[in-house]
Write a protein that binds this ligand. Sequence first.
Ligand code: GRF
Length: 211
Amino acid sequence: MQSKKNIVILISGRGSNMQAIVEADIQNIQIAAVLSNNAQAAGLAWAASRGIPTDSLDHKTFADRLAFDKAMMEKIDAYQPDLVVLAGFMRILTPEFCRHYEGRLINIHPSLLPSFTGLHTHERAIEAGCRIAGCTIHFATSELDCGPIIAQGAVPVLDHDTADDLAARVLEVEHRLLPQVVDDFAAGRLSIQGNRVIRTEQQHSQTPLLA
Ligand code: GRF
């Protein structure tokens, strides 16, 4: 039998995407820990109430970005993760961090990348007059909100949508897609070929993810 894949999830706030992963009850994964840069993140209390190890590190107590990332890497590595999921982790990560987890670091972003990297994606999509919006799950690289795209989900932008209306519509899709991607990763169904992620029906756990 295949051994379970260790997943570490990083959050900064509510943690609804993290909850979606936990509640999906994915067969061959173990949620090793939920970590945050914010000890007050609501998602940490939720995870702890489910018996999942949680921990936090306050980025404001570190001299610079790299010092924080190194300390976070130490915490993460203690759980020997096969996959690190950035699920609403509101920190820009250093190239050192991204390189360390290359091929096993995924991010969920609330826009149809490569449009609208960064913040306030829903406001910007409405402002730009987009008729569709959505979310993207991608392998994270040192360039913010870039990296090979694994999955995207689209929703309509309706005429009188506020940013909150659109965010809620996109969030439903996020909650469906992210657990599917984690399942695919854990089952060895994803491989990176250049900038493209290939999803195969067959497992290829012996094949390196970076081709
Ligand atoms: C989500 O919209 C995610 O795409 C973005 O931050 C939000 C986090 O929400 N990166 P939650 O903490 O998962 O509820």
